[in-house]
Design a protein around this ligand. Structure first.
Ligand SMILES: [Fe+2]
Ligand SMILES: [Fe+2]
Length: 171
C-alpha cells in the first residue's frame, strides 16, 4: 500500500469529489427507495472521511494550521454528524429525509470550501507549513480501508459514535 497510496491532500480531495457525486446522484434518483440507498452511502462515506481527518489529518495539522480554523473545522464535523446520524436512522416515514440530505449537502459544501480554499484553507496552510503529505497519505489510506471494511461487516454505528470531538473537558 505504501507505494500506491496517494498523498494526503489528493486522497481527501478525492473523497470530497466522490461525496459531491453522491449528493448529485441523490438529487437525480427517481424513487424514495433509491434515494434512501444513496443517503446511506453518503452517510458512510462522510463517517469514514471524518474519522480519518479527526484522527490523523487534523492532529498532524496542529501547530501548522491556525488553531481557530482547526477548532471551527472540528465543530463543523460535529454539526454535520448530527444530520448524518438522523439520516442513517431515518425510515421511510421520515418526511424530512430529503430536507436533511439537502442541508447536509450545504454544510459539507461550506466545510469543504474551508478545507480546500486556495492559500488560506486548511489544506494550503498545512502544506505550506511542512506537513508530510506522503507519509500521511499512507496512514489515511490504511485507516480508510480498515474503517470501510469494518463498516461493511458491522455497520456504521460504532464509527459514528466515535466521531464526537468537541466535548467539554469536564465530560
Ligand atoms: Fe474533508
Ligand atoms: Fe473535514
Amino acid at each position: 500500500m505504501a507505494d500506491t497510496a496517494p498523498d494526503a491532500i489528493t486522497l481527501l480531495k478525492d473523497d470530497h469529489r466522490a461525496v459531491e457525486d453522491l449528493f448529485k446522484e441523490y438529487e437525480d434518483a427517481a424513487t424514495p427507495a433509491a434515494k434512501a440507498k444513496i443517503a446511506d452511502k453518503i452517510a458512510v462515506s462522510l463517517i469514514v472521511h471524518t474519522r480519518i481527518e479527526n484522527e490523523h489529518f487534523y492532529p498532524a495539522c496542529e501547530g501548522k494550521v491556525d488553531e481557530a480554523d482547526l477548532k471551527e473545522a472540528y465543530v463543523e464535523h460535529d454539526a454535520a454528524n448530527v444530520l448524518i446520524a438522523e439520516i442513517l436512522a431515518s425510515t421511510k416515514g421520515d418526511d424530512f429525509a430529503e430536507a436533511k440530505v439537502k442541508v447536509l449537502k450545504e454544510e459539507i459544501e461550506h466545510h469543504v470550501g474551508e478545507e480546500e480554499r486556495w492559500l488560506t484553507g486548511i489544506f494550503s496552510q498545512a502544506k505550506r507549513h511542512g506537513v508530510d503529505m506522503d507519509a500521511l497519505g499512507v496512514k489515511l489510506a490504511e485507516a480508510k480501508a480498515g474503517y470501510e471494511a469494518d463498516i461493511a461487516k458491522n455497520g456504521p454505528e460504532v464509527h459514528l459514535a466515535a466521531l464526537k470531538k468537541t466535548k467539554v473537558a469536564a465530560e
